[in-house]
Design a protein around this ligand. Structure first.
Ligand code: SAH
Length: 349
């Protein structure tokens, strides 16, 4: 009854019904189905991606995000090339297979600066390089791929056009994130995308559409997390959509559905989930479909300044300590620490 193939072909109505499902036994069955799909399709390894937040400067005005340009209380930093390379070195030393370079939309991170950085990392380490640098000129995406970048993360945030345009004012020419996802894929990147859930104005119907869209896009990576209001943003004081964001249980449900709809995808237990429910929530996310964790290697003095939303989960002890005993913690969950690059499989076995 819960065979994965039955889910990959799920209709809008059944995705919607699952989003509204509250009966504990049925939800447990969904989580078990997602966990077994995860085991069959991507195995027991949990891949670690070392996250480096390289700039908190942002020229955009997204209504949900604490980094928005109009937040004059936000503290801004931009790592130097040497600081970034030190983080990369720590990630390689800690035995991880991937570095993720993420930032606000910061034009000062020039095409050449990033291309040179990527070339350097690819030449001197075995790391896969993931970029998460927002909406950029096509030429940037082309150049960074040529420099050796492996993956790109760009969430489409919501497939509801009206809501998207309200929350994500464009900067001149409208930029179609869904078209960009396709373009990045055509350029040869492994591509990740996803949405937030619980945004004010978001509906169950539109989230069901989002999930089906991810399945159509056949994404290599999916990042979905609960919306967490930031007080210094326009959405800071609007109530979140409780129906969609009210509980961690809802987050697990979304992760489970993502797994079942795109069985081969790499899916993180997101920081937003850990922010709401700590390490227990991260472990639970791993047991209902997730297979990736992104430890934060941003230098401690900058980490707090990258405040997309308040009180972002980030282990006090630092990323190295956090990674050091993951072997044991994963073993308790019947999982292992992923070795190598942990790339997405394009074709299902
Ligand atoms: N600026 C880049 C990447 C950094 S933001 C970009 O836009 O792609 C990374 C993700 O954080 C965003 O895609 C968004 O989905 C999420 N995010 C932003 N504000 C958030 C909030 N208040 N609560 C939860 N997630 C948020």
């Amino acid at each position: 009854m819960f065979a994965p193939f039955a889910f990959t072909k799920m209709s809008f109505d059944s995705v919607r019904a699952w989003l509204l499902e509250e009966e504990p036994h049925r939800l447990e069955a969904l989580f078990i189905a997602a966990d077994s799909c995860r085991r069959d399709c991507v195995g027991d390894a949990v891949h670690l991606r070392g996250l480096v937040e390289i700039s908190s400067h942002c020229c955009r005005l997204c209504h949900y995000c604490g980094l928005r340009a109009a937040n004059h209380e936000a503290r801004r930093f931009r790592l130097t090339r040497d600081e970034i390379l030190e983080c990369v070195e720590r990630i390689a030393q800690a035995g991880l297979g991937t570095v993720v370079l993420q930032a606000g939309e910061d034009p000062a991170l020039s095409r050449d600066f990033i291309a040179d950085l990527v070339r350097h990392i690819k030449k001197h380490t075995k790391l896969a390089v993931t970029l998460s640098l927002s909406e950029r000129d096509d030429g940037d995406y082309v150049e960074w791929k040529k420099a050796g970048a492996d993956r790109y993360l760009l969430r489409f945030e919501t497939s509801d056009r009206t809501l998207y345009e309200r929350l994500h004012p464009s900067r001149g020419e409208p930029f179609d994130r869904l078209a960009a996802v396709q373009r990045l894929r055509d350029l040869g990147y492994e591509v990740g995308s996803g949405v937030m859930f619980g945004l004010p104005g978001q509906t169950t119907d539109s989230l069901a559409q989002d999930l089906l869209r991810m399945s159509e896009l056949d994404l290599d990576m999916i990042g979905c997390g609960p919306f967490i209001p930031h007080p210094q943003t326009p959405l800071g004081h609007e109530p979140a959509n409780i129906e969609l964001a009210g509980s961690l249980e809802f987050a697990y449900k979304v992760i489970a559905l993502c797994r079942l709809l795109v069985p081969r995808a790499n899916i993180p237990a997101t920081t937003a989930v850990a922010t709401l429910g700590g390490e227990a929530a991260r472990a639970k996310a791993l047991s209902c479909g997730a297979n990736v964790i992104m430890p934060n290697f941003t230098p401690p003095q900058y980490r707090e300044q990258y405040e997309i939303y308040p009180d972002k989960a980030c282990p006090e002890e630092g990323a190295e300590r956090f990674c050091a005993d993951l072997d044991e913690r994963f073993a308790a969950l019947g999982r292992t620490v992923g070795q190598g690059l942990g790339s997405a499989k394009r074709e299902m076995a």
